[in-house]
Design a protein around this ligand. Structure first.
Ligand SMILES: Cc1cc2nc3c(=O)[nH]c(=O)nc-3n(C[C@H](O)[C@H](O)[C@H](O)COP(=O)(O)OP(=O)(O)OC[C@H]3O[C@@H](n4cnc5c(N)ncnc54)[C@H](O)[C@@H]3O)c2cc1C
Ligand SMILES: NC(=O)c1ccc[n+]([C@@H]2O[C@H](COP(=O)([O-])OP(=O)(O)OC[C@H]3O[C@@H](n4cnc5c(N)ncnc54)[C@H](O)[C@@H]3O)[C@@H](O)[C@H]2O)c1
Length: 468
């Protein structure tokens, strides 16, 4: 190999933070390169957030057409979903996103190198190029942005059953007859509703007593009720002892739930049991980069690893597993490299999220159960979704609610959760009030256009009890 090319910054992996750091520095005239072995732009546009939301949207269309045909409002024949076209719509969107990424690489001047990158020494990267050949590069700064993948655990028989993960799930061109989902977390719950809406029989199995274990009980119970009404069956407090058969044909999960044995036969098995960091095959430990006991890259609050000038971002660094947190990781590294003052850090940052069920679940700040555990004194306002008048225009008022936790000692907002249509769109308003330390009356006193979902925030924060 010839003398290595030297760069200002190289990212191993083209996920959210890595690509943005390189685009940003390239736009400022620095020499940067992003190495990607599979998914240009990372998981989000290819096999995760955006394609899954695209498929969920198709499922919502099918659901709504059935719902309104049943009321007589839509005079259509019996609607039958064409999963081939669902997949085509998704593929078309993904292609557009890839084109968009290629465009940004061109316009920013960041180099895109297709191949598998591996650290060889602290500041050198070796690449097995996709088209054959090899390349050696050095850089002042290296970003590890290698993401995570579906965790398939050691349950006997599970690996041999050839289960689907989200990657294959998003490529299905037929409706599974009976989809069994192992895991009642984000991925399991979003796909459970979507595939029930496409017409699959769906069973969700989780080891915990409740689904979406980080949520308050009232929220997880409400989401369970909504999905059960749509035909999804849940087996909770479950221990799966064995998987037999093959997903796509006939698969059987055997175990015990709440002391009673079960045997669930399905046509397909989706494993949605959490994530595993991609940190094994990138030469990290050999280069002296420390990992945590869970296999994530160990980083400080500025996302710098145990080696100065080497950063780790996103899922592989165990940042909260959301694309918007990856984007914030980009801002942290950007500011660190630019020595911006004050430095942005990963300490105490907001972690908002939206679960894209219908209705959506949106949350930021403290959950009620967390406040109780921490002994934080709070006032609670809780309103049914029917008080958010916009939800009535969408026939979505009968399900869901919103709640706000306000400090009992001052008027700051501690947490906000909403289960309702387009709930995610309400988050930034509350987040802004929280991050600015504004009192809750800044929301209850706001003039908000009628009828929007955010208008309901005026009522919700107007219902905060006075301090006694
Ligand atoms: C089904 C699903 C739905 C989701 N929905 C949402 C959502 O709605 N909203 C949300 O905020 N989050 C969502 N998430 C989470 C979100 O997708 C992840 O948190 C985010 O994509 C992680 O970004 P990342 O940059 O850390 O890694 P990734 O996006 O995974 O990027 C890592 C990249 O590195 C590449 N790579 C790895 N190793 C190497 C190597 N050695 N050499 C070269 N390339 C390498 C990989 O091919 C990949 O492209 C979802 C996740 C899943 C699985
Ligand atoms: N809308 C969104 O923002 C969105 C959507 C999808 C995924 N994501 C991200 O992706 C991450 C991964 O999602 P996920 O659903 O795979 O993980 P998760 O951690 O949210 O849920 C996994 C669930 O599977 C259960 N489980 C695992 N192994 C099991 C077993 N053998 N038997 C029974 N139950 C088992 C766990 O108890 C847990 O409840 C999430 O943490 C989230 O950050 C976000």
């Amino acid at each position: 190999m010839s003398t290595p090319d030297h760069y200002d910054t190289i990212s191993i992996g083209s996920g959210e933070a890595g690509k943005y750091v390189c685009w940003n520095r390239a736009s400022a005239g620095k020499k940067t390169a992003v190495i990607e072995h599979k998914w240009l732009g990372g998981s989000c546009p290819n096999v995760a957030c955006l394609p899954s939301k695209n498929v969920l949207y198709s499922a919502d269309l099918v659901h709504d057409s059935h719902k309104y045909a049943a009321t007589g409002l839509l005079k259509v024949g019996h609607a039958v979903v064409d999963m081939g076209l669902v997949r085509e719509r998704k593929r078309g969107m993904v292609k557009g996103l890839i084109d968009m990424h290629e465009g940004v690489f061109k316009s920013s001047g960041a180099e895109l190198i297709l191949g598998h990158g591996k650290l060889v020494g602290e500041k050198a990267v070796h690449i097995d190029l996709k088209d054959g050949g090899q390349k050696l590069m050095t850089a002042d700064n290296i970003i590890i942005c290698t993401g995570s993948r579906a965790l398939i655990d050691d349950t006997p028989g599970i690996k041999d059953s050839d289960p689907l993960t989200h990657v294959e799930m998003l490529e299905l061109d037929a409706v599974p007859e009976h989809l069994v989902i192992l895991g009642g977390g984000y991925i399991g719950i979003e796909f459970a509703q979507a595939y029930a809406r496409f017409g699959s029989k769906v069973t969700v199995i989780d080891r915990n007593a409740t689904i979406l274990k980080k949520e308050d009980q009232d929220i997880s119970a409400a989401i369970k009720d909504i999905l059960e009404e749509e035909g999804v069956v849940f087996i909770t407090s479950a221990h799966v002892s064995k998987v037999s058969g093959t997903s796509g044909d006939n698969v059987c999960l055997t175990g015990i739930a709440d002391g009673a044995p079960f045997d669930i036969q399905g046509s397909h098995l989706l494993v949605a049991g959490g994530r595993k960091p991609n940190t094994e095959d990138s030469g990290l430990e050999e280069a002296g980069i420390e990992l945590t006991s869970s296999g994530h890259v160990k980083v400080n609050e500025y996302l710098e690893t145990s080696v100065s000038g080497v950063f780790a971002v996103g899922d592989c660094a165990n940042s909260p597993h959301f694309t918007h947190m990856g984007f914030d990781d980009f801002r942290i590294v950007r500011d660190f490299l630019n020595n911006a003052q004050p430095l942005r850090s990963s300490k105490d940052r907001q972690v908002p999220y939206t679960l894209y069920t219908s209705p959506e679940l949106a949350h930021v700040g403290l959950h009620e159960h967390e406040a109780q555990k921490l002994g934080v004194k709070y006032r609670l306002a809780k309103l049914p979704m029917a008080a958010f008048l916009r939800s009535r225009t969408m026939d979505a008022a009968s399900k869901g609610f919103a709640k706000a936790l306000v400090s009992a000692t001052d008027d700051t907002i501690l947490g906000f959760t909403a289960l309702g249509p387009r709930a995610g769109e309400m988050l930034p308003v509350v987040q802004l009030a929280m991050s600015a330390g504004l009192p809750y009356i800044s929301l209850s006193g706001l003039i908000v256009t009628h009828p929007t979902m955010c208008e309901g925030l005026v009522s919700l924060f107007g219902a905060v009890p006075a301090t006694s």
